[in-house]
Design a protein around this ligand. Sequence first.
Ligand code: C2E
Ligand code: MG
Ligand code: MG
Length: 353
Amino acid sequence: MARLAGDEFTVILPAVGDAGVAGGIAEAILERIAAPYRLAGELVVVSASIGVATWPKDADNAEDLLVCADQAMFAAKEEGRNRWKVFTQALLQAERERLRITQDLRTALASGQFALHYQPIVNLRTGKVCKAEALIRWDHPVRGPIHPADFIAVAEESGLIIDIGRWVLTEALDQLARWQVLLGKGFQISVNKSPVEFCAPASGPESWSSMIERRNVPVGSLVIEITEGSLMEQNADVMDQLSRFQAAGIEIALDDFGTGYSSLSYLRRLDIDYIKIDQSFIRSLTRGPDDVALCHAIISMAHALRIRVIAEGIETESQRDILLAAGCDYGQGHFFCPPVEASAFEAYVSAVT
Ligand code: C2E
Ligand code: MG
Ligand code: MG
């Protein structure tokens, strides 16, 4: 047993051939560490995360073996602490990929590799396009287009999302100014804001609220989409930012509704303007009456709280029809139009009106 650094310890098990047996020992260590104990009269609880690497399978020298164990330990931490995890090649690959994306993201903003696409949000009753969701696109100079699903999380971990988000907001506000003239005063753009962006230090770059206030964004023309992750921490600062947005006439939409935890209490506490039913619910709509009932329930509950409902990921006519019959207000999805460049968005709007 060795202490390598502050709170980092290493246990060497010389007589153990495979990771499975080591796992049992890791389990026992976790259990002992997690047991509460008294420290200067106080009851304290700590937890540990353990990574397991095996010689000579994972590495043939001590240095590399420690790196492997470290990586498995970080993975265990990420999965929620008080866990153990065995090193695998897939872990290593994922880590390499993450590093590569982080590095490339650092230069992507400065060299203009990002673009914003816009997806129409349609009023289901009238068929009119009344909003657009701004969605970021990354065109990597070597690897080509990279999906947000493959880089937003990495941008969040590295803190790069702060600058990227500010770029997105600036772009979207420029576009909004043009579309307010071209498509009418009632036209709205919605922008996604990740939980990490709500936790940005106050001393950092200008906040979204001040950016929005400085630009005199017309009341009711901008929507900010947040996920429940932003609200989880019950942070006074997040509430503060949300009320600043609302005071500036910005509307708030709760994205991916139905995939998180205690959605209902947030709805009661916050002045949410829209909920966006997650695509997973829409996808299963044509599968059976239970899923239809679920959407009905979400819509009635929202309406009772004076919240409007947007259905995400509508891909077929029958999904649209079911949602319309259920009283859903707005729809978005490939059935209408995928996210497209601003010029194609304008072409779509003039084609349908
Ligand atoms: P989201 O905000 O829930 O956005 C909706 C996603 O659904 C988009 O994926 C959109 O392209 C996709 N989608 C729309 N209609 C359909 C459909 O009919 N079928 C299917 N299968 N998919 C549909 P996208 O653009 O890949 O973005 C994924 C996620 O990345 C977004 O989910 C959002 O959470 C995040 N994201 C995108 N742009 C930004 C951004 O500028 N800032 C931040 N913080 N996050 C962003
Ligand atoms: Mg969204
Ligand atoms: Mg969504």
